[in-house]
Design a protein around this ligand. Sequence first.
Ligand code: ACO
Length: 321
Amino acid sequence: MPVVITGTGSALPSNIVTNDDLATIVDTSDEWIQSRTGIKQRHFKSEGQTTSTLATEAAENAMKSAGVTAADIDLIIVGTATPDLTFPSVATMVQANLGMEKGAAFDIAAACSGFIYALSVAESMMSSGKFKRALIIGSETFSDMIDKDDRTTYVLFGDGAGAVVVENMTDEEANGSGVIGTEIYSDGRYKNDLYASGGVSFNKTTGNIVMNGREVFKHATRAMSGLVTDTLEKYNITKEDIDWLVPHQANKRIIDATAKHLGLSSDKVVLTVSEHANTSAASIPLALDVAVKDGRIQKGDTIFFEAFGAGFTWASALVKF
Ligand code: ACO
């Protein structure tokens, strides 16, 4: 059964922090941050906001856009690396916030690739018909994890959440729309190039981000190009068939390299890194919602999603919207 995206939504904290604001805290500059990453500003959560409250807001907006209520949802999957608590999951917190008393809800830990991993798992669970309608959410509050003693990572991250409603349909109902295919990969040998330095069974802390930026950059660029080639080959489509690239928003230079490999001009790339910075698992559904709401992405468009993150993990999804 085709699994179709029927609604999108997002949530961004109102607190906007510019590069100049950060330059009052760490030794950096707007020029350095923009030229290396494309980031101009990010949103940081305010008092009382958490990963689950942002996820709930994004979910409510996605349900509104799909024209459904919580009673219609039977599955929630949240991609996150910054949960409110070690357990229970953010997904079950969202479930309670939405007033749902049925269905299944769980989180996926795949760092920046979390949203595509969640979409991939949902598609497997739904295409058999076992679940009818799901909320797939990426939500993060990295502002709690950045370390002002490390200016390289301090300037990269932001908070936010994005969500989609996906539904399994008959071929007739789907009318050509649906997830065409998802690819998920990981290689745990690169653990030490990107990680959070805390954990329950390691040191009972949440830790800070530790990143070997150059290695991440190198592997991300290579993995994204590989994903493009593999996906086009596997689904027998050409570069011309792709209407939109909606990439993980970590770094404009990585996105530019992927777009070049796809032969896509910059007006076919949804770019939000300048406004949102890197919101990890939230960045793709946030960017998707922006481009759907402003009318760029239309029903029937073919979208290529791709992401790279800690693990290393990397993933892509090809979707007929
Ligand atoms: N402001 C000013 N100068 C800085 C800053 C800063 N914020 N950070 C580092 N510098 C300095 C360094 O100290 C260094 O100075 P030096 O030459 O005097 O020693 C110089 O800038 C260059 O530092 P590099 O780390 O080599 O900078 P680079 O050009 O590699 O850019 C960056 C760093 C932007 C992090 C880049 O490597 C990158 O984008 N990597 C990929 C990151 C990424 O995509 N992460 C996504 C995954 S995140 C996740 O999964 C949770």
